[in-house]
Design a binder for this molecule. Structure first.
Ligand SMILES: NC(=O)c1ccc[n+]([C@@H]2O[C@H](COP(=O)([O-])OP(=O)(O)OC[C@H]3O[C@@H](n4cnc5c(N)ncnc54)[C@H](OP(=O)(O)O)[C@@H]3O)[C@@H](O)[C@H]2O)c1
Length: 219
């Protein structure tokens, strides 16, 4: 039986991934924020030491606090980098010794459409998610020879609290209407692709940041 560590599984996309993995018979470790707070590298290390090795890591947790260049503070910027980028990197560092030893591992990181595009007041988020893209490329280069494949998903507008917190219902309707697919995505649709990327069926794809965005990046 495969074992997976999924961050951010209390709600949204992470929760949908957890539910799908469990349906598929994967043993899931899904720490709550109380068990592993991604703001703290100490908390990450402490939690990792309580679990045995995993074959799959899904770095799904993320935060998107909005601020313009003028509004942002160094403290908030560091927190955005820590939760969205540093924690993903440290988790890869912690889980890969076991994956290397067994010559198998599958890692999926969460970027965003805002890694290549941006919007006002997304500067901290765009910087962090562009970093996730770099992390994914670099990890793939180092780890592929151990059959550890590392990819990232860059979702578009997905129907979760993160989207409803940062956009009014009217803005969400306008955003959805502007997409070629004419609707937002659902967490379960992202979960299906994560399942493929983390399965043995994915045997050759690594280092990619894939836009799953209903055509957002095409227009
Ligand atoms: N929704 C979208 O449209 C969209 C688009 C592009 C990219 N993404 C990316 O996709 C991923 C999932 O997004 P989502 O929409 O599902 O987010 P969400 O509904 O806001 O859920 C965020 C998850 O991250 C966890 N989290 C946040 N800060 C944490 C911390 N310090 N320690 C531990 N866990 C923490 C939350 O835990 P708590 O419940 O404890 O807060 C929650 O489980 C994120 O990386 C996001 O940036 C989302």
């Amino acid at each position: 039986m495969s074992k997976a560590l999924i961050t951010g599984a209390s709600r949204g996309i992470g929760k949908a991934i957890k539910e799908l993995f469990e349906q598929k018979g994967i043993e899931v470790f899904a720490p709550t924020r109380q068990e592993m707070d991604l703001k703290s590298n100490e908390s990450i290390e402490k939690y990792i030491n309580t679990i045995s090795g995993v074959d799959i890591l899904v770095n799904c947790a993320g935060i998107n606090d909005l601020a313009s260049i003028e509004e942002m503070t160094l403290e908030k910027f560091q927190e955005m980098l820590q939760v969205n980028l540093v924690s993903q990197t440290m988790l890869i560092k912690h889980v890969t010794p076991y994956m290397k030893a067994q010559k198998y591992g599958r890692i999926v990181n969460f970027a965003s459409i805002w890694c290549d595009f941006s919007k006002e007041r997304r500067i901290m988020y765009s910087i962090a998610k562009a970093g996730v893209k770099g992390l994914t490329t670099a990890a793939a280069v180092e780890l592929s020879k151990y059959n550890i494949l590392c990819n990232a998903i860059a979702p578009g507008f997905i129907n979760t609290e993160m989207t409803s917190q940062n956009n009014t219902p009217q803005q969400i309707k306008t955003l959805a209407d502007a997409l070629p697919i004419k609707r937002m995505g659902e967490p379960a649709e992202i979960a299906e692709f994560v399942y493929f990327l983390t399965s043995e069926k994915n045997s050759f794809m690594t280092g990619q940041t894939v836009f799953v965005d209903g055509g957002f990046s095409c227009v």
